[in-house]
Design a protein around this ligand. Structure first.
Ligand code: NDP
Length: 296
């Protein structure tokens, strides 16, 4: 019998804990604040930002939202970040990616005060993650660790394969899995588009984490019996639905479920965790900046 991890339920529990911490901080005179900046008219980016703002409202975090004209200069965006860096109401800053081509995204990440970098993408925080001295774990990989914990999946001594090496998912996921820490201590292989014989790698894995952005590329025949499969992918594929598309993961759910003991669905697996962990990091940021302890 395959266990399907309910990411929504686990995310709701985390959000409830975050709300408690936010209430405790508020009692001490500190309202956690998250600033979001949107410099894009892409519908998906707008949706992601509005979901984050709604999550703020639901967890007792003050959401401060700025929309910048996609045609505005890079300097305008950097100045907005500076303003938020200096604003004591703001504990976390999130610039929704991607930014327009004329803006250097690395310069944007580096402009955010590392203490307010709740995405965990500033080089200082990346360095801390790599050295095991983590301040803010990037939200999606952190959410995956929480899913594994909730499903009682041990990683220590296991063979893990991460498919994808992006800075926001694949690499930080691999870094967390190799850390000498709970839900780490895994022997970890990172695969990417130049990997020779991907199926040979995934077939040896106890845990497969798929974050390639390729619809249903991981099929049952690429998996070992009894493995755990975490599907990060969110891909729009044409379908005869009202919207004209549907969302599918990087894993072919039907065939993978026949091999895996534990699997996440899309939607309803990793997705809800990412926003929950952003709220978590914001409350942690408020705690670190105010000196008021919270139990997260
Ligand atoms: P990127 O496009 O930045 O990275 C994709 C990675 O997958 C790259 O390293 C790429 O390799 C690798 N890859 C692509 N094709 C293949 C292939 N055929 N075989 C092996 N590796 C391959 O994507 P992201 O990391 O940003 O996102 C990955 C997926 O996760 C997307 O579907 C995205 O929508 C989703 N996502 C979901 C989130 C959530 O909350 N659920 C959050 C973030 C992302 P190379 O480096 O060689 O190009």
């Amino acid at each position: 019998m395959t266990t399907i991890i309910d990411g929504k339920e686990i995310a709701d529990r985390i959000r409830a804990d975050v709300s408690d911490c936010a209430a405790h901080l508020a009692d001490e005179g500190v309202t956690p604040g998250l600033a979001t900046v949107l410099m894009s008219d892409d519908g998906a980016s707008e949706t992601y930002v509005s979901m984050k703002q709604r999550a703020c409202e639901e967890t007792g975090i003050e959401g401060i939202h700025r929309v910048l004209d996609p045609e505005a200069s890079a300097e305008t965006l950097l100045r907005q970040i500076d303003d938020f860096n200096d604003d004591p109401r703001v504990h976390g800053i999130l610039v929704q990616m991607p930014v327009p081509d004329h803006v250097d995204s690395q310069a944007v990440l580096e402009r955010v005060d590392p203490m307010k970098d709740v995405d965990g993408f500033h080089p200082e925080n990346v360095g801390r993650l790599v050295t095991g001295n983590t301040r803010y774990k990037p939200c999606t990989p952190h959410g995956i660790q929480k899913l594994l914990e909730a499903a009682d999946i041990e990683t220590e001594g296991k063979d893990a394969v991460v498919v994808g090496r992006s800075d926001i998912v694949g690499k930080p996921m691999a870094n967390l899995l190799v850390q000498k820490a709970p839900r780490g201590n895994a022997t970890t292989t990172v695969c990417h588009s130049r990997t020779d014989d991907l199926a040979e790698k995934t077939r040896t894995a106890d845990i497969v984490i798929a974050a390639a952005g390729v619809p249903e590329m991981i099929t049952g025949d690429m998996l070992s019996e009894g493995c755990t499969v975490i599907d990060v992918g969110v891909n729009r594929v044409d379908a005869e639905t009202e919207k004209g598309y549907e969302l599918v993961g990087d894993v072919a759910f039907e065939s993978a479920s026949e091999k895996a003991d534990v699997i996440t669905p899309v939607p309803g697996g990793v997705g809800p965790m990412t926003i929950a962990m952003l709220m978590y990091n914001t409350v942690k940021a408020a705690s670190l900046q105010s000196g008021v302890d919270v139990e997260l």
